[in-house]
Design a protein around this ligand. Structure first.
Ligand code: 2AM
Ligand code: CA
Length: 256
């Protein structure tokens, strides 16, 4: 399989969909569930990405946030057409398009594109990670008190929030500070390029994180599930770091 060809196609599809999102045509907002919104731009972005990729790779399968999973194939495209939909709706520039290519369960290529920031993060397995074509690497901060981590307030899962928020209250005293962006794909990309030392959020979906997980790993960082749990691509509970501080963050938080 030609990973660079997959990456090139993902990049092209993300650029096309990103250009459409930047135009911000009047859009309609629907409530998928409490605190879970979707716009017709999410759906249009996903349709555009899938049709662009399907033209090049008709043999591949697709799993998208808005259309769900189609026929299962060895090669699957995992697509989040707007990660950070709330930011998109509110015209906060922290939203991304996330596209990953997975072959027999392994992530082989990924792009995370933030159109409003003009930032294109790319990675192929074994080939490193890049921001707008320049190689990126995780930070070398190894002291918790110097670290900045992106967090989640677990605002859609009351039971989990009641467990995690008190732990965040303790943890923030041991680090420099926290950030909350609202786009998991962007947070993972920020760990990859060394802006953040860590990112952790439980209860995510594979399409939120598949591309970003490869980005962090290819940039020299570490991504796992939460303490004593399976990998984040199975559990949806993401723990990402620059590697040096991984055990510190892993041991500071628990879902049990
Ligand atoms: P989205 O913007 O594509 O919906 C922010 O907490 C992160 O959670 C974002 O990456 C967001 O992706 C994701 N998210 C949104 N709705 C979710 C849901 N119902 N369950 C889990 N994750 C969700
Ligand atoms: Ca998402």
């Amino acid at each position: 399989m030609d990973r660079q060809a997959k990456l090139g196609a993902a990049r092209e599809a993300a650029l096309k969909a990103g250009a459409m999102l930047l135009e911000r045509h009047s859009f309609h907002i629907e409530n998928k569930a409490a605190k879970d919104f979707v716009t017709d731009m999410d759906k249009a972005s996903e349709r555009m990405i899938i049709s662009s990729l399907r033209e090049r790779f008709p043999e591949d399968g697709f799993l998208g946030e808005e259309t769900g999973v189609g026929e299962k194939k060895d090669g699957m495209w995992i697509i989040d057409p707007i990660d950070g939909t709330t930011n998109f709706i509110k015209n906060i520039p922290l939203y991304t398009i996330s596209i990953a290519y997975m072959y027999r369960g392994e992530i082989e290529a990924g792009v995370v594109y933030a159109p409003a920031l003009n930032e294109m993060f790319t990675a192929v397995k074994g080939g490193g990670a890049f921001l707008n074509g320049h190689p990126i690497h995780v930070s070398d901060v190894d002291q918790p008190i110097q670290s900045v981590a992106a967090v989640s307030f677990v605002h859609r899962e009351p039971e989990v929030a009641r467990k995690v928020l008190p732990q965040l209250g303790e943890l923030v005293l041991k680090v420099n500070d926290f950030r909350r962006t609202g786009s998991a794909a962007f947070d993972l990309s920020c760990v990859a390029c060394g802006r953040l030392e860590a990112f952790f959020e439980p209860c995510l979906h594979i399409y939120d994180i598949a591309a970003g997980v490869l980005m962090v790993r290819e940039a020299g960082g570490r991504v796992t599930g939460w303490k004593n749990g399976p990998d984040c691509l199975i559990s949806g509970h993401v723990m990402a770091s620059n590697g040096l501080l991984h055990e510190f963050f892993l041991n500071s938080l628990s879902l049990e």
